[in-house]
Design a protein around this ligand. Sequence first.
Ligand code: NAD
Length: 491
Amino acid sequence: MGTTSLPVIDNCSGMYIDGQWRSQSEAESIEITNPATGERLTQTPACTAADVDEAFAAVKRAQKEWAETPPRDRADVIREAISVLEEKKSEVRELLSVESGSAAVKTEAEFETAINHMEVAADHSRNKRGLISASKTYPGKENRIQRVPVGVVGVIAPWNFPLALALRAVAPALALGNGVVLKPAEETPLSGGLLLAQIFDETDLPDGLLNVVPGYGDEAGEAVVANPAASVVSFTGSTAVGRHVAKVTAERLAEPALELGGNNPYIVLDDADLSRAVDAAIFGSFMHQGQACISINRHLVHESIYDEYTDRLTARARQLKVGDPLDEDTIIGPVINEHQRDKLVSLVEATVEEGATIETGGNHDDLYVEPTVLSDVTNEMQAACTEHFGPIAPVIPFETDEEAIQLANDTEYGLSAAVQSSTLSRAERVAQELESGMVHINDQPFNGDPYVPFGGVKNSGIGRYNGDAIYRKFTKSKWTSIQRDPREYPF
Ligand code: NAD
């Protein structure tokens, strides 16, 4: 295995604490390899709990003054960061490819999403809201309700959309007057962590407000969740770890913001426009190798169109180009690592043993897993009832709208869903019945809009990101009252 050169990143041997690049202390290292080639890219430190605690000490020192900085100045810092990022667009996209196996279509979408999150964040800090009103209860009293920063936000990010999912928390947290300690995923510490440090280091953001501590979940991650300074812990990742984050934060009365797993149903009713439904299905199942919390996990298709739908989906899946993500026409790159690949292979094997048929795919070469369509699937089979997080499309038949709703809801998750039908009222009725934080009619579940609340129900998380929702999450209300006239007390 050789070593590939690394785009964009100037410093990856350090951690970023208090505005300084620190070299590794006693920490061990994380080896970063390109999933497309297996080549070693570099190594980053695996921060210890002591490193993380230092980051929190720095952010606490810096945050108070930042909270008092005029919101317009904070917005300007976010806009500076946007300019720095935009200047480096092609290198950043290349970094996303080599570090996370992302094809061009995904790096473009992720880059634009990241910019959008930053733009929304800059808008927040220009629109600082509050309320002044006469008390409706006490004569002569004036009430002032301000939104003030929560203080320090701990951000723990995943590997699948490392840049966008880190920035959707980091940018609004900073814009709203908070300080941040960011722990990127160990698979993507560059594009989900050190890159952000490098970008903000080029802006006027005061030292100490953004700290980046690459590391493993069980050491650096745990230390972020447990630190008493983190008033909010923003966690995006698996439900199992999210549940643990919820317990630890509840114990110390901090707030978790949890975006967790999904098992997203894609319902195709008998009157759907089939070409449109298959176009959407291909995107929703195979964008970034199906490695998104909002990818289609199950295709639920009316029995009268089941065969034709499956044939068309299969034909289209066969045409998807699998290859190195740096080739412009590649759609399917590698999955992130061997663990994920092995999980996918065993899920397909188990589902076939349970009676499913492989229509296409089912093989792999290194980390390249073929786009796989499975027919004769039931909701209970492994690839359907598990969040597979890969380029697998299990297709399940149903007879009635009621059955489709029942199958769709028969999961512990409730993140995103979609319904295809040419009768809008019918699709709306189905959408209304779905236990899901987000439902898209005549589209597929893979949707995000930085102004619109994003999040799930059931085991898919607690709280919402984006727009007003993240504004409320990263600020808290403060009630100040002024008793203008003397008040009468009962004793
Ligand atoms: P993961 O839970 O294993 O890891 C996510 C992050 O948590 C990583 O940074 C990891 O280091 C950290 N972590 C692990 N153990 C920890 C601990 N004990 N304490 C603190 N931090 C810890 O998830 P993953 O496999 O990297 O990501 C895939 C999962 O993320 C899927 O379930 C997917 O659905 C979910 N996800 C959800 C969203 C969403 O917005 N709902 C977005 C992307 C991914």
